[in-house]
Design a protein around this ligand. Structure first.
Ligand code: SF4
Ligand code: SF4
Ligand code: SF4
Length: 425
């Protein structure tokens, strides 16, 4: 077992392979507050990569209704239960969210899935990662419990009891859509568990791929991935997973004009909730300061985007803006201790955050830098007892070659249809 550094946990941790880092890392931010559960992202991936025989059950990206939904069913409950068995005294964050990019959420001592593989006794091979293999039934209903809330009249499960003293902006009945895909983790559990060394992380962009020539379908990756984003295909007897639409990331898509382009599931998003990018990391996989990269800004400056279940220890590269209306304790289990701060900032965004939020889905090209041109103040109100001011700033996005991709404004322009076209489509 080697020692690697996990900045999301704020500490060094055990991992089967030595420390390594890519030149740039594939990453994405999903704003849960605006996801409408339309599944356009799901179908964009399906119709591009998993429409063949033997892939019928495969949804490399999926959108599930939390808290009850899950694909495969119960993936998070089962994973957290195993982690709980590995940490009988519980897992508790130490310190508090701060400005240190190497431990922004404080520190989480205790065992990750790499540090407690022995919790579950399996087969005659030594275990490298803590995990479980979902049953066939659990893969069958990708959108099970769609739009089903806890709480409400019959209160089947009140996750929010006893918290949020004021109860302000928290609903008694609630649910939210969690859009998921492979996190192209910095310390992938799938890769760590593969006895054939068939899984690799690309040094240029950190994308995690399964070599289909090498894979023999042992499903160790399916068992190990805590997010259950590696899937077995019976017709080829190999495992498959999200490939991060790598021809687009490489700028080889005919539409991309030679610069990195966002993936299919990101580009198709109707709700304009997804933004994907490439971030620079140091030799420990901590993010190198890149102040005007929108992903760096959302994760490390505004701190409104948080990693999904960082406690598993894989250092996932998918980040989420947590929903405003959901009990904090539920969200803290899912996204760590930064939730309260993130929700507060998102509820009443400052001038820069409001401008950066306009960047989502205005273009399919990956944004490497943004710039803001200040505009006039157009509105003022009070949010949660604090003054909120809105400025009609212009935000400009640049591609890898530092060329302007687009510019947009905080206030949406009003277009009046001329009389001559009043009835035309
Ligand atoms: S999400 Fe799962 S499949 Fe994807 S890189 Fe991480 S461990 Fe591997
Ligand atoms: S990045 Fe591409 S391959 Fe991965 S889930 Fe999205 S559409 Fe599918
Ligand atoms: S396309 Fe966008 S809005 Fe629709 S379900 Fe997917 S992430 Fe949500």
């Amino acid at each position: 077992m080697s020692t690697v550094y996990n900045w999301q946990l704020g500490r060094a941790m055990g991992y089967p392979y030595p420390q390594a880092a890519p030149k740039e890392q594939f990453a994405f931010v999903i704003n849960i507050n605006r996801c409408i559960g339309c599944q356009t992202c799901t179908m964009a991936c399906k119709s591009t990569w998993t429409f063949s025989k033997g892939q019928e059950h495969m949804w490399w990206t999926n959108v599930e209704t939390k808290p009850y939904g899950g694909y495969p069913q119960h993936w998070d409950v089962k994973g957290l239960d195993l982690l709980g068995q590995a940490n009988p005294d519980g897992l508790a964050w130490q310190g508090s969210p701060n400005g240190d990019t190497r431990r922004p959420y404080g520190e989480l001592p205790g065992k990750t899935i790499f540090e407690a593989p022995e919790v579950v006794a399996r087969s005659n091979q030594p275990n490298l990662v803590l995990g479980y293999l979902p049953t066939e039934e659990e893969w069958r209903s990708p959108n099970i419990h769609e739009d089903t809330p806890p709480g409400g009249l019959n209160r089947p499960m009140d996750f929010g009891r006893g918290e949020d003293a004021t109860g302000e902006n928290k609903h008694k009945a609630w649910f939210f859509y969690l859009a998921r895909l492979c996190n192209h983790c910095s310390y992938p559990a799938c890769l760590a568990a593969c006895p054939r060394n068939a899984i690799y992380k690309r040094p240029e962009d950190g994308i995690v791929l399964i070599d289909q020539q090498e894979c023999r379908g042992y499903r160790k990756c399916v068992e190990a991935c805590p997010y259950k984003k590696s899937l077995y295909r019976g017709t080829t007897r190999t495992s498959e997973k999200c490939i991060a639409c790598y021809p687009r990331i490489e700028g080889r898509d005919p539409e991309s004009d030679g610069v990195p382009m966002e993936t299919r599931c990101m580009a198709a998003c109707i709700g304009q909730v997804r933004m994907q990018g490439l971030v620079r990391v140091d030799e420990d996989n901590a993010w190198v300061e890149d102040r005007y990269n929108p992903l760096y800004y959302l994760v490390h400056v505004a701190k409104v985007a948080l990693p999904l279940y960082p406690q598993f220890g894989t250092e996932p590269n998918g980040y989420y803006v947590p929903p405003r209306w959901v009990p904090t304790r539920y969200l803290e289990q899912m996204f760590g201790p930064g939730v309260k701060q993130a929700v507060e900032r998102y509820r009443a965004p400052d001038r820069e955050l409001l401008a950066v939020l306009q960047l989502f889905r205005r273009s399919n090209r990956i944004i490497f830098r943004y710039q803001i041109e200040e505009g006039p103040k157009v509105w003022e109100t009070t949010v949660g007892g604090k003054t909120f001011e809105m400025f009609n700033d212009t935000i400009i996005a640049f591609d890898r070659k530092n060329r302007e991709i687009f510019r947009t404004q905080v206030e949406e322009p009003v277009h009046v249809r001329p009389d001559i076209h009043a009835n035309s489509i």
